[in-house]
Design a protein around this ligand. Structure first.
Ligand code: ARG
Ligand code: GLU
Length: 710
C-alpha cells in the first residue's frame, strides 16, 4: 500500500514536471527539450529556433543596451523592446519643448529617427560547447587554484584559435559554476535609432504601484531601428548608414491567444541562483532582503514625499525612485514567496538526500563530504561581511546622493589634467540638475543616521565620532551638510575655472562632510570590501564544488544552468493562476481595466484623453478580441528574470504574440526557487501595441513594414 502510494506520488510529480515550465535552456542543447515542447503544442523544429547555417529565430533577437532583450519585426531593421528598456533614451531626447515622456514620440520617416550614441545591440552569431577543451588537464587535479589556472590557460588558447573578423566578439563563458563552458561569438551594432514610444501614461501606466503585479495594464513597448553600413555589417553612427537587413524577423500574430496555448521566451536572462544551499536562502530571507528593504524604505519615503509635494521634484527624482523601488519591491515578494514555499525546509531535504548519496560511496566521501560542513562554517562569516557590505553599498552608493559629489571632488583633487580642460564642470552640473538641496540634505541626515546606528563608527576621527554622540544629531548633520563646499557650486566652479586645486585642498581639510565621506570610503576599501571579497570567494569555490557534485549526482537528469546574461529559451503556456485562497486570476487584461484604474489625481493612473475617447468610441480596428474587448496584457508560465525584459513571447508557429516585461508578485522568488503553480511572466499583448501605434498615435505607416498575421 505504502509502496503504491509512493509510486503514485512519484507519478504525480512526474506529471507536473512533464509540463515543465521551469528552466532557462541553452538554445544549442534543445535536444533534451524539443519532445516536451512539441507535446505542449510547439509545431516547429530546433533548427527554426537556433541554427548556425540557415536563418533562425536567434537571428531576430538582440541583447538590447546590455540589460534587456529586443527582437526584430521587419526586414528593415525595425526592433521592439520594452518602454522601460528604452526609457533612458526617450528621456535623453526629451526637453520642455519636446517632452516625449509626456507626449510620446513617433518618427514620421527615416530622417526623423533619433540616434543614440551610447546604445548598442548584440546578435549571437555562434555558440559552441567547449567544456572538454577547457577542462583538459584540469579534471584529474584536486587543488582548486591549479584547476582554475589550467582552465584559464585553456580558455586563452581556445580563444586565440577562434577566427573572427574585426566586427565580431568572442568569449568563453562558464555555466553551472564552471562545470560547463560555451564559446559565444557575437556581433554588436552601434547605430540604433529611436523610432517611436508611447507617452509614459501608457508605457509606464501603473508605475511603481503596479510594478511586479498582476492584473497589469502597462503598454510597455518602444520601437528602435538598427542601422548598418552599406555592406549590412556593424558600423559606427553615420548619416550614410542604412537600415539593417536581418536574416530573420518575427511575423506578428493578431489572431489572439487562448489559455493553454504554447509559448516560448527567447532572450537574455541576467542572474538566477537556483542551486544555492539552505544556508543562503535563510540568509536572504532573514537578513539580506530585510536589511536592504529597510534601508531603501528610508530613501523611498523621502523621495515619494518630495515627489508628491512638487512636480519639479517629480521630474528630478522619478528615475531614481523607479530604480530604487524596483528591487526593493521584488525583495519583499521574494521573501513572501520563499516562506510560502518553505524553501529552506525544501533545500534541507535535498541536502539530506545529498548526504545520503555522498555517504554511499567512498570516493564521493573523499571528494564531497566537506561541502555542507564548509557551508555551515562559511555562511555565518558571509552574513557578517554582507551586513557591512550591504549597509555600505545601499547607503553610500545608492542611498545618499551627495556621495557622488564626494567622488567628483576626490577626482578633482587627484586630477593630473588642468581642471578647466576636463569634464568636471559638466559632471557637477549633471549631478545638481537632478537634485533639490533640502531633499538631498534630508536623505543625507536620515541615511547616515541609519548607517551608523547599524554599523560601527570607531574608525572615525575623534571629532567625527563626537558628532554621533551628540544629543542634537540631526542639527549637527544638517550643519555639516549646509557648510560643506561640496554643495557650493559657485565655489566649485571658481576652483575649476581658475584651476586652483590648492585652494580646494585647503578648504577640504576642514570640511566635515568631505572628511566623513572620506573616512567611510577609506574604511570600505581597507576593511569592508576585502573582508567581503575573501569570504565570498571561499563560498563561491565551495559552491562550485557543490555544483560539480550535484552534476554527478543528477547524471542523466535534465538540468538547466543559472542565468548568466546568455541567450536562453524558456517555454510554458498561456495561463492564469491562483494568487491565494478563493482567488483565481484570468490570464488576460483589457482596456476596460485601464478605464477602471483611471484617476487624473494619481500620476500613475492618469489615462490620456485620447485613449478614453477610443474606448468610448469602440475604435479598436481589427486588434480586438472576438467579443469586442481590447486586450492589453497576458500571463504565461515561462521561467524569466531581469534581462528578459523586452523578450519576444513566441507562439507554437514561431510568431510574435507578446513582449515580456515583468513577473507576478507571487512568483518573484523564481530567481531562487521556481513554483509552477504561482510563477507567471507578464507580457504585453501585440494587439495592444499595434492598436496604440495605429489608432492612438496615428503612426499606422509603421505597420506597413511588419508582417501581420490575422
Ligand atoms: N519589474 C520590471 C523589471 O524588473 C519593470 C521595471 C520598470 N518599471 C518600474 N515601474 N520601475 O524590470
Ligand atoms: N522587468 C524585468 C527586466 O527589466 C523583467 C521582469 C523579471 O525580472 O522577470 O528585465
Amino acid at each position: 500500500m505504502i509502496r503504491q502510494f509512493k509510486f503514485l506520488v512519484l507519478f504525480l510529480f512526474a506529471a507536473i514536471y512533464s509540463n515543465a515550465r521551469e528552466g532557462m535552456w541553452i538554445p544549442i542543447l534543445l535536444d533534451q527539450n524539443i519532445e516536451e515542447m512539441r507535446e505542449m503544442g510547439f509545431r516547429l523544429s530546433i533548427e527554426d529556433i537556433y541554427c548556425d547555417c540557415v536563418a533562425s529565430m536567434k537571428d531576430a533577437i538582440v541583447q538590447f543596451g546590455g540589460g534587456c532583450t529586443g527582437e526584430l519585426i521587419s526586414s528593415n531593421g525595425l526592433l521592439v523592446t520594452n518602454y522601460h528598456c528604452g526609457y533612458r533614451q526617450i528621456q535623453k531626447h526629451s526637453s520642455l519643448e519636446n517632452d516625449y515622456l509626456t507626449n510620446g514620440f513617433w518618427a514620421m520617416n527615416l530622417e526623423e529617427e533619433l540616434p543614440n550614441p551610447a546604445l548598442t545591440v548584440s546578435f549571437i552569431v555562434h555558440m559552441e560547447d567547449v567544456t572538454e577543451s577547457v577542462m583538459e588537464g584540469a579534471d584529474t587535479l584536486e587543488n582548486l587554484q591549479e584547476i582554475e589556472s589550467i582552465k584559464n590557460d585553456n580558455i586563452s588558447k581556445i580563444l586565440y584559435k577562434v577566427d573572427v573578423d574585426s566586427l565580431q566578439n568572442k568569449t568563453i563563458k562558464p555555466f553551472f559554476e564552471g562545470n560547463q563552458y560555451f564559446l559565444i561569438i557575437s556581433e554588436t551594432f552601434k547605430d540604433v535609432r529611436l523610432v517611436g514610444a508611447p507617452p509614459s501614461s501608457i508605457g509606464k501606466f501603473g508605475g511603481d504601484t503596479d510594478n511586479w503585479m498582476w492584473p497589469r495594464h502597462t503598454g510597455d513597448f518602444s520601437l528602435f531601428r538598427i542601422y548598418a553600413g552599406k555592406d549590412n555589417r556593424p558600423a559606427e553612427y553615420s548619416p550614410e548608414n542604412v537600415p539593417y537587413k536581418p536574416r530573420h524577423f518575427f511575423p506578428i500574430d493578431i489572431g489572439g491567444i487562448s489559455e493553454g496555448d504554447f509559448t516560448m521566451i527567447f532572450g537574455f536572462p541576467g542572474r538566477t541562483s537556483e542551486y544555492l544551499p539552505s544556508h543562503a536562502l535563510k540568509m536572504i530571507i532573514e537578513q539580506r532582503n530585510p536589511e536592504r528593504i529597510a534601508i531603501r524604505d528610508i530613501k523611498l519615503n523621502i523621495l515619494n514625499e518630495a515627489m508628491n509635494s512638487s512636480s519639479e521634484n517629480r521630474i528630478k527624482y522619478a528615475a531614481k525612485a523607479a530604480s530604487t523601488s524596483n528591487a526593493w519591491k521584488k525583495w519583499q515578494g521574494e521573501i513572501k514567496g520563499l516562506r510560502r514555499l518553505n524553501a529552506v525546509e525544501k533545500k534541507l531535504e535535498k541536502e539530506a538526500d545529498f548526504i545520503k548519496w555522498v555517504k554511499a560511496d567512498s570516493i564521493r566521501m573523499k571528494k564531497y563530504r566537506g561541502i555542507l560542513p564548509a557551508f555551515d562554517s562559511l555562511y555565518p562569516l558571509l552574513e557578517k561581511a554582507l551586513h557591512e557590505y550591504d549597509y555600505y553599498t545601499e547607503t553610500w552608493f545608492r542611498g545618499v546622493d551627495a556621495f557622488s559629489m564626494y567622488s567628483i571632488v576626490s577626482s578633482i583633487l587627484n586630477s593630473s589634467e588642468p581642471l578647466n580642460s576636463g569634464e568636471f564642470e559638466k559632471e557637477i552640473k549633471d549631478h545638481f540638475k537632478d537634485i533639490t538641496p533640502d531633499v538631498d540634505c534630508n536623505l543625507f541626515i536620515n541615511m547616515v543616521k541609519n548607517y551608523f546606528e547599524n554599523t560601527s563608527y570607531d574608525y572615525l576621527s575623534k571629532d567625527l565620532r563626537n558628532i554621533f554622540e551628540s544629543k542634537s544629531l540631526d542639527k549637527m548633520l544638517s550643519n555639516i551638510y549646509d557648510r560643506s563646499v561640496m554643495i557650493d557650486t559657485a565655489f566649485l566652479f571658481s576652483i575649476i575655472r581658475n584651476n586652483s586645486v590648492n585652494r580646494l585642498e585647503n578648504k577640504i581639510k576642514h570640511d566635515n562632510l568631505y572628511q566623513l565621506m572620506k573616512a567611510v570610503s577609506d574604511h570600505y576599501s581597507a576593511v569592508v570590501y576585502p573582508q567581503y571579497y575573501e569570504i565570498q570567494k571561499a563560498v563561491d569555490q565551495n559552491q562550485q564544488l557543490y555544483m560539480t557534485a550535484l552534476f554527478e549526482m543528477k547524471k542523466g537528469e535534465r538540468l538547466y544552468p543559472d542565468a548568466n546574461f546568455t541567450l536562453r529559451v524558456s517555454y510554458g503556456k498561456v495561463e492564469g493562476y491562483s494568487p491565494g485562497d478563493a482567488v483565481k486570476y484570468k490570464y488576460f487584461t483589457t482596456l476596460e481595466g485601464i478605464i477602471e484604474k483611471d484617476n487624473p489625481d494619481i500620476y500613475d493612473y492618469d489615462v490620456p484623453e485620447k485613449l478614453k475617447q477610443l474606448y468610448s468610441d469602440n475604435e479598436f480596428g481589427n486588434y480586438c478580441n472576438s467579443d469586442g474587448t481590447m486586450p492589453v496584457c497576458f500571463t504565461a508560465s515561462n521561467h524569466t528574470t531581469g534581462g528578459n525584459s523586452g523578450s519576444p513571447v513566441i507562439d507554437a508557429d514561431g510568431n510574435l504574440v507578446g513582449i515580456n516585461f515583468d513577473r507576478c508578485w507571487e512568483g518573484t522568488m523564481s530567481d531562487l526557487m521556481f513554483d509552477p503553480e504561482k510563477c507567471r511572466n507578464i507580457a504585453l499583448d501585440m494587439r495592444y501595441m499595434l492598436f496604440i501605434i495605429d489608432k492612438f498615435a496615428g503612426a499606422g505607416y509603421l505597420l506597413n513594414e511588419m508582417t501581420i498575421i490575422d
